[in-house]
Design a protein around this ligand. Structure first.
Ligand code: TMP
Ligand code: ZN
Length: 406
């Protein structure tokens, strides 16, 4: 039992994915005995419709000077952030006097770089020192800190209030969103807006993409749940924009109450969520069954391929793959290695199941018979550049929305 982080109602886990390591905790054999684990179990609060994980490791164990995720590893994501920045600029920045834009979790600066090009005052707030250093190399002002009321007040003292606060794939990482909401209240101008996008609960349920659930993702949001979180702080959901990134995401835009006119898309999405069952507990019992089916089918397929003597590797050592590998107990006996373009991950082993991570070239020089597409959220980008793999007779293994071979 625990209390819902949003409304305080008592809730409990509806299933467990078992013992989980830190999703981005790629490691060397010398670090095996210090590897940290926690139980990955999701809960759903029917009172406020918030989907959340019960236990979460300490933030310092996940976001630190060796953080392994760099936005710039995906050319499409960099392009996406260009579009997101353009949206923010056109709708909420253009025409304002001396505007100021703040981004939470600004990582390597892929988003804010777009504002530096327009000479707009900006500040990135990023707790992982190594990625923030890369942002600075790209001319992006970066403050190495976790965002909350205290950080917000410091920013106001130094830079003044913000017109726009943005975040992408960050808000769902923060367990104490109330402190963030107080920070927004302190930092935003009266007519300012904050906006964030994260993987969307509706997509996760529709596609059984349970790999969105891992230590960093303490929440998988819906419009209902973000309203429940921010309305008590005097904010109003004024727009929602569906995104194709990360396997289906939603951008939520909030202003101070009665400062803006809410777009009709907001009520449309709220209605659609009710129809999809995103406010009902039964939906998540069914989701749990779908996860078990997905696991059974994936393990069976990999065991069959092994019995046939096929070579199977993984493509993309994503944080999401940590949930799949550990929940399904898939190790180096079933997957030879996982190829990844991120230098900090290469030569290391995956968290928990210890599958070797190898440079992308090792995939290319000797194509396997099958490649499990762990980076399925970048599927279009990857397939577009990997024609030669299919032409060599190689096949992709997918597990979202269903376990399949293509
Ligand atoms: P993400 O799903 O959290 O964005 O992580 C994607 C991972 O996949 C990241 O480690 C980089 C890797 N990757 C490749 O190895 N090749 C690619 O073409 C792409 C797009 C990503
Ligand atoms: Zn609740």
């Amino acid at each position: 039992m625990m209390n819902c982080r949003t409304c305080g109602h008592p809730i409990e886990a509806f299933m467990s994915y078992g013992r989980m390591p830190i999703a981005n905790g790629f490691l060397t054999p010398a670090q095996f005995d210090q590897e940290k684990f926690f139980e990955l179990a999701p809960a759903f609060c029917e009172k406020c419709a918030t989907f959340q994980i019960v236990d979460q490791p300490d933030a310092q164990d996940m976001f630190h000077e060796n953080y392994a995720f760099f936005t710039r590893t995906s050319a499409w994501m960099v392009k996406h952030f260009g579009t997101y920045a353009e949206y923010a600029y056109e709708n909420w920045v253009a025409g304002k006097t001396d505007p100021f834009v703040v981004e939470l979790g600004s990582n390597d600066g892929a988003m804010l770089e777009n504002f530096t090009k327009r000479d707009i005052r900006h500040l990135g707030v990023e707790p992982s020192a190594n990625v923030a250093a890369v942002a600075r190399e790209h001319g992006v002002n970066s403050l190495c800190a976790f965002f909350g009321e205290e950080t917000a007040k410091k920013i106001v003292t130094e830079h003044g209030k913000a017109d726009v606060i943005m975040a992408a794939n960050v808000m769902c990482h923060i367990p104490d969103l109330k402190d963030v909401a107080r920070g927004f209240d302190a930092l935003l101008k009266d007519d300012g807006v904050f906006m964030f996008e994260d993987p969307y609960l509706g997509d996760m349920v529709a596609k059984t993409s349970y790999d969105q659930i891992y230590d960093e993702h303490v929440y998988i949001f819906s419009a209902h749940s973000v309203k429940a979180m921010f309305e008590p702080f005097g904010f109003e959901l004024i727009d929602v924009l569906a995104q194709t990134t990360h396997g289906g995401s939603m951008r939520y835009v909030f202003g101070r109450k009665d400062q803006h006119r809410a777009h009709a898309r907001v009520t449309d999405l709220l209605d659609a969520e009710i129809k999809q069952g995103l406010t009902k507990f039964e939906t998540f019992q069914k989701f749990a069954e779908n996860c078990e089916t997905s696991k059974r089918e994936l393990v069976q397929l990999l065991k069959e391929l092994k019995a046939q003597g096929k070579r199977v590797v993984g493509y993309g050592a994503t944080s999401k793959s940590t949930t799949v590998l550990n929940y399904c107990q898939i190790g180096p006996d079933l997957i030879e290695f996982i190829s990844d373009t991120t230098p900090i991950k290469q030569g290391k082993l995956t968290p928990g199941m210890h599958i070797p991570v190898q440079p992308y070239d090792n995939f290319k020089v000797n194509y396997p018979d099958y490649a499990v597409l762990f980076a399925w959220n970048h599927g279009a980008e990857i397939r577009a550049k990997e024609d030669a793999f299919r032409e060599s007779g190689g096949q992709w293994i997918l597990y979202v929305p269903k376990v399949s071979v293509e």
